[in-house]
Ligand binder design. Structure first.
Ligand code: GDP
Length: 290
């Protein structure tokens, strides 16, 4: 797994090759290279500093495992610390559950809702989707069209302005009929009070098993702030990073994960309904550092 690490880190670690004792200067240099790569990938500065400290300390304090050279020892620590930063990959149970989707407009929330419906459907579960986005014109039609393609029912009413009413009506009905229920909510371009207030209310009514945050991989530094606000409001327990098929390295999304102390559950890797993958820490780390 360590072979997968990104090229900048590999270069940095090369400098340790052949060494038999670790010296502070070599570790400092490696950490500097690592910091550069992470900051370029939009990982939050505070997180990078935190990580650097942990790596430095462990690299110098811990004894290499039996049979491990200096290079492998340091690589192992870097990898472990990066994995820790990402949290444990969020668990995805294949049983009855309600999932509440949170995120800003444009993050890919609606598309991801349909992708998730497809995922659970393929696992043999009966899935229903509720469109509680009454804010954006066309939101219901968009979701309904996606759901129709996979023959998943979509509860909603394009003429209704009250999202809470839709959830109050739709959820009890769907809970009787379906095993997995995914609730899409409104997004906005910014973190407005109304948006947060509404999702808090929906969360109280729905008592979902999961509250997942959708974050665009290209988001950069604003990702932490978004994650913090949503997490404070409803307690995010999983993050879905979208648009990983683009050029973004996903460092902002990683910072969002740290903010919510949760883990990444899925990665969005394209525009079609099938483009959803379970999270793989190795791939993510390689990309972040490459
Ligand atoms: P919402 O406003 O958060 O509901 O966002 P949408 O679901 O409408 O998505 C916004 C745009 O992002 C649409 O054009 C989607 O096709 C696109 N999109 C969503 N997820 C992905 C992804 O994983 N990869 C790519 N390339 N595009 C995506």
């Amino acid at each position: 797994m360590l072979d997968n690490l990104g090229t900048s880190l590999k270069d940095a670690v090369k400098k340790l090759a052949g060494k038999t004792v670790i010296d502070r200067a070599a570790v400092d240099e490696l950490v500097r290279d690592l910091q550069r790569a992470l900051l370029q990938s939009d990982v939050n500065v505070k997180l990078v500093m935190h990580l650097s400290q942990a790596i430095k300390q462990r690299a110098l304090d811990e004894e290499p495992l039996k049979g491990m050279g200096v290079r492998e020892h340091v690589l192992r620590i870097v990898y472990q610390e990066l994995v820790r930063l990402m949290g444990t990959p969020g668990e995805v149970a294949l049983g009855p559950q309600t999932i509440l989707m949170a995120g800003l407009q444009g993050s890919g929330k609606t598309t991801t809702t349909a992708k998730l419906a497809r995922y659970f459907q393929r696992k043999g579960l009966r899935v229903g989707v509720i469109c509680a986005d009454t804010f954006r014109p066309g939101a219901y039609e968009q979701l309904k069209t996606l759901c129709d393609r996979i023959a998943v029912p979509c509860f909603g009413d394009p003429k209704e302005a009250d999202a809470l009413k839709i959830v109050r009506e739709g959820l009890p009905k769907y809970r009787k009929l379906y095993e997995v229920i995914i609730i899409d909510t409104q997004g906005r371009h910014a973190l407005e009070e109304n948006l947060i207030e509404e999702i808090v209310n929906i969360n109280e009514i729905a008592h979902p098993d999961h509250r997942w945050l959708v974050i665009d991989a290209a988001l950069g530094q604003q990702a932490s702030e978004q994650a913090r606000r949503f997490h404070e409001a409803i307690g995010i327990d999983g993050v879905l990073v979208t648009k990983m098929d683009g050029t973004a390295k996903g460092g902002g999304a990683l910072s969002a994960v740290a903010e919510t102390q949760s883990g990444i559950v899925f990665i969005g890797s394209g525009e079609t309904i099938e483009d959803l993958e379970r999270f793989d820490p190795d791939g993510f780390i390689s990309r972040l550092l490459g």
